[in-house]
Design a protein around this ligand. Structure first.
Ligand code: 5AD
Ligand code: SF4
Length: 504
């Protein structure tokens, strides 16, 4: 399709390298894909804008939106942002705009018909094609849409531009075989495909060799991992195998599903010292009637049984959840059951969502949608109950000694308060008082022990001195990257053929 609005890129041989930014919405899966998008663009000769600008809306030679489709406001936000981009594009001749991720997969050609100034639309399975599509759009002066149903390569097998030097995501499966009636994901990300354990462990080893100390295993439904290649115990085995990797300090995973969560995973978590006692276990609703209508095959009692067994094996486990309020047909009584389940579960943290109609999903067709004001009122009550619990759970840690891995960018007020943020082993956010001499301060990736002196609902503070501060390999990797920001030590190709050099 030839677009009258299309402005060709300036293509002088002496032109400076083209800049890019990647704006990401949605889950960790998308954040992980964004690292691959950036890695591919690096490899193709583009240059990332400085970190603080890189992820914000604004002009660049290439702006990539990696979108999420899980709730309706994502649609509105994307088209709003694309409208702003049209203005930037007029002011910056040659600028290109690409839209990837779940909205691209969902809306496909609709994106270029609604926003004809978009140059490239690429699906969740087409991340690897982005540089070529950008190039083709420039040469043909026409927008390119590439959406395929089948995955060609795991995102982890593409070059990467990792956000952090000391922590990384590793995808173990993509897609989802469940059919939750509210959810657009199965339609977008297809059936579950499992990556082979050897590939996963080789990638983790390579990351650890580069200074990574923390990995998060990613999948839409991690505990069905292995079903595709006939090993139902594969996820627990993978956790145990992570325990054998020297230098790997912290292993996390997200997300499991209560229906398929088996005790072998609990045992592997409890018995593998570097697997953290942190679990994200989506409840969605505390009412069995609503769970049935959601086509979630567990019931409330099974859910509580899992939490009890997890806590029996790991009394210090921090458990978080996802909850949807106002699913079609949810009555006051159903909602009361959700509140009861929340009180009983003692989550450290809950991601709460108002039900959002997703066209094409079974729940989107249900006649008994709950009025918005009812949903809003229930939602506010739920948030208030959970905030209270989060606070109480955090207060239990007052005076406790916790191990913190220092991070970058988690604490907006750090500079003003002489504190540096970090994550406890259970992933709680901790703001730690640090010495005033920069030489004595921990670097991102370093690990120390602190005593908790203050608890807020969503973070902890440790104004106690740091004990046993370890200067780690992860901190060294961060340091090396600061000293030589241009060294693409984090850009790794995994034997995937490099893209042809760009024609200039
Ligand atoms: N409306 C509201 N929340 C939703 N989620 C998924 N689909 C919807 C929807 N249609 C929530 C679920 C899921 C999280 C990622 O998003 O709680 O676990
Ligand atoms: Fe992630 Fe689902 Fe959103 Fe896609 S739709 S980005 S899989 S949360």
């Amino acid at each position: 399709m030839l677009k009258p609005e299309y402005t060709p890129a300036v293509d002088a041989p002496s032109a400076p390298a083209r800049s890019y930014r990647v704006i990401t919405y949605g889950c960790q899966m998308n954040a992980h894909d964004s690292e691959r998008i950036a890695g591919l663009l690096d490899q193709a000769g583009y240059v990332a804008l400085p970190a603080h600008e890189h992820t914000e809306i604004g002009p660049a030679d290439v702006v990539v939106f990696n979108t999420c489709a899980v709730r309706e406001n994502a649609d509105n936000r994307l088209y709003g942002n694309l409208g702003r981009m049209a203005t930037f594009k007029k002011e910056h001749p040659g600028m290109q705009i690409a839209v990837g991720g779940c909205m691209a997969q969902k809306d496909r050609d609709l994106i270029v018909s609604k926003a004809p100034w978009v140059d490239v639309v690429f699906g969740t399975n087409n991340v690897g094609s982005l540089p070529i599509l950008l190039e083709r759009a420039r040469i043909e002066q026409a927008s390119q849409v590439e959406i395929t149903e089948a995955l060609q390569t795991f995102p982890s097998n593409l070059p990467t531009h990792r956000e952090l030097d000391y922590a990384a995501w590793v995808s173990i499966s993509v897609g989802c075989n469940n059919t939750c009636t509210y959810c657009i994901v199965p339609a977008l990300r297809g059936k579950e495909t499992d990556r082979r354990p050897g590939d996963i462990l080789a990638e983790i080893q390579m990351l650890v060799d580069q200074g990574v100390q923390e990995i998060t295993l990613l999948g839409q439904n991690v505990n069905t991992y292995g079903v595709e290649f006939g090993d139902r115990g594969a996820f627990a085995k993978l956790l145990r195998a992570c325990g054998d990797i020297t230098g790997l300090e912290r292993v996390r995973f997200t997300s499991p599903h209560p229906a398929a969560f088996t005790d072998d995973v609990i045992e592997a978590m409890a018995e593998t010292p570097n697997v953290m006692h942190q679990l994200h276990m989506p409840l969605q609703s505390g009412s069995d009637h609503v769970l049935r209508a959601m086509r979630r095959s567990y019931r409330s009692e099974r859910f509580h049984g899992i939490l009890e067994r997890v806590r029996a094996a790991m009394p210090d486990a921090a458990i978080s959840t996802d909850i949807i309020v106002g699913f079609p047909g949810e009555t006051d009584e159903d909602f009361e059951q959700t509140l009861q389940a929340v009180r009983r579960s003692r989550f450290t943290n809950a991601y709460t969502f108002q039900y959002s109609i997703r066209p094409g999903t079974p729940a989107g067709e249900m006649a008994n949608q709950v009025p918005h004001d009812v949903v809003q009122e229930r939602y506010e009550r739920l948030v208030a109950v959970q905030d209270e619990i989060s606070w109480e759970e955090n207060k239990l840690l007052l005076g406790a000694n916790v191990e913190v891995m220092f991070t970058t960018g988690d604490g907006r007020k750090d500079q003003a308060t002489d504190r540096i943020s970090g994550r406890a082993r259970d992933n709680r956010l901790v703001h730690v008082r640090v010495p005033s001499d920069p030489a004595d301060r921990p670097r991102p990736g370093d690990i120390g022990e602190v005593t908790i002196t203050y608890a807020a609902p969503h973070h902890l503070v440790a104004d106690s001195p740091i004990r046993n501060l370890r200067r780690t390999r992860g901190g060294d990797a961060w340091q090396a990257h600061q000293d030589q920001p241009d060294v693409t030590s984090r850009a790794v190709g995994l034997g995937i053929p490099a893209l042809a050099p760009r024609s200039r």
